[in-house]
Design a protein around this ligand. Structure first.
Ligand code: GLA
Length: 385
């Protein structure tokens, strides 16, 4: 892979790449639509991700090329940039914009990107490209930023440059992920613990519904708004900064303050999902996989019925899982509205699981999903020879 990419870089730029960086994608085990409500999430980095090969140039120009997309951009070093169109290079351009805004002295760079995360699958290809870019520039131009600062710049790209009100989970997971561990991250304080994902004789399967996420960004922003409405109404009586500051008992006593029934459903999901993450982290540390699996199903049901971000394709994953004794738990992962789900499957039954699930899914949806066994990889890094 790396050797091919180096050759590709040479073909495109007629010179050798000087550095290669890699940033993973992520899955979230549990704690969905929680990060922007200041609660707990449990993501892990995966081994699919974004490769970035670079070589400095003396022309004071940024050249963005991709193996995945034909669109490319050549743009001189200037004092600021704005998003133009919907092309992929807006993500790295946003990173550069905020580095320059922060007073960092950058030089010209020739870049080649390659990602093996299926696009639009909800495995955080955008966080991956943002973080790999921030990491590479930080290193090459000695910007002196910490990994957390790189995460915050990348999140800002998503929020302000691209315009999605997403939380910090994705960028944090792809930067700080650790092999064979999940991060139990408090999205309010940004404290986290890396906990071993010891699944014993089970493995984590990623299931791509192969349904492209449509309208995902506007629906996502709508959910963020609904949570803010609920928070404001609860703040009339409660001294809280985030919805996740509430335990379920306090929420039950005050939920009459939330006047709109739809908004109340959203808030109910958030409060109970946050509680489920605490239970799930405990269950995982005590090797209580069955309990972990039940919490995954409960999370899915809540995302389906209360938060309303699932869909028939993602629902198939949880529905099927409940019928197969070799599946311990399953749910959608990420923002929803299509994209991917995850399932905890008995290792020696993976092939049967894939065959049976594929038949089930095809009979309900009309086309095939893609299923892979997932490895839990590490966060962003430079790849040395
Ligand atoms: C997307 C966002 C994250 C998070 C998830 C839902 O992946 O980028 O910040 O909100 O959806 O949990």
């Amino acid at each position: 892979m790396k050797a091919n990419l180096k050759q590709e870089f040479k073909n495109r730029y007629n010179k050798e790449a000087t550095h290669t960086f890699f940033s993973p994608g992520r899955v979230n085990l549990i704690g969905e639509h929680i990060d922007y409500n200041g609660g707990l999430v449990m993501p892990c980095a995966i081994t699919l991700g974004t490769y970035m090969l670079i070589a400095p140039n003396s022309d004071k120009v940024f050249r963005f090329k991709s193996v995945n997309f034909e669109e490319q951009l050549e743009i001189p070093l200037q004092s600021s940039y704005t998003k133009s169109g919907e092309e992929w290079f807006n993500y790295p351009l946003g990173v550069i914009n905020y580095l320059i805004e922060g007073g960092k002295e950058l030089g010209g760079l020739d870049m080649l990107y390659y990602g093996d995360i299926p696009i639009g699958s909800g495995l955080s290809s955008s966080a991956s490209i943002e973080v790999v870019t921030a990491f590479a520039f930080n290193q090459l131009f000695n910007c002196g930023l910490t990994k957390l600062e790189l995460v915050l710049i990348s999140k800002r790209v998503e929020n302000e440059f691209i315009g999605v009100s997403s939380g910090i989970m994705d960028q944090f997971a792809v930067a700080f992920g650790e092999t064979d561990k999940a991060l139990v991250l408090n999205c309010d304080t940004l404290d986290y613990e890396a906990v071993p994902t010891n699944l014993g004789d089970h493995l984590l399967a990623i299931i791509n519904t192969n349904k492209l996420r449509k309208l995902a960004e506007s629906k996502y922003n709508e959910r963020v708004q609904e949570c803010q409405t609920a928070l404001k109404q609860l703040q009339q009586e409660l001294d809280i900064a985030n919805l996740c500051d509430l335990d379920s008992a306090t929420f039950e006593l005050h939920k009459h303050l939330v006047t709109d029934p739809t908004v109340l459903k959203r808030a109910t999901h958030v409060v109970y999902e946050n509680q489920r993450v605490k239970q799930a982290a405990k269950a995982l540390s005590e090797n209580k996989l069955e309990e972990f699996g039940q919490l995954m199903y409960a999370s899915h049901d809540s995302l389906k019925n209360l938060y309303e971000v699932s869909g028939k394709e993602l629902d198939c994953i949880a529905e099927y899982g409940k019928t197969d004794p070799n599946v311990i738990g399953a749910r959608m992962t990420g923002a929803g509205f299509g994209g991917c789900g995850i399932a905890i499957v008995k290792k020696d039954s993976l092939e049967t699981f894939i065959t049976k699930f594929t038949l089930y899914y095809e009979s309900k949806i009309g086309y095939a999903p893609s299923v892979y066994a997932s490895l839990i990889g590490h966060g962003v890094s430079e790849l040395k020879d």
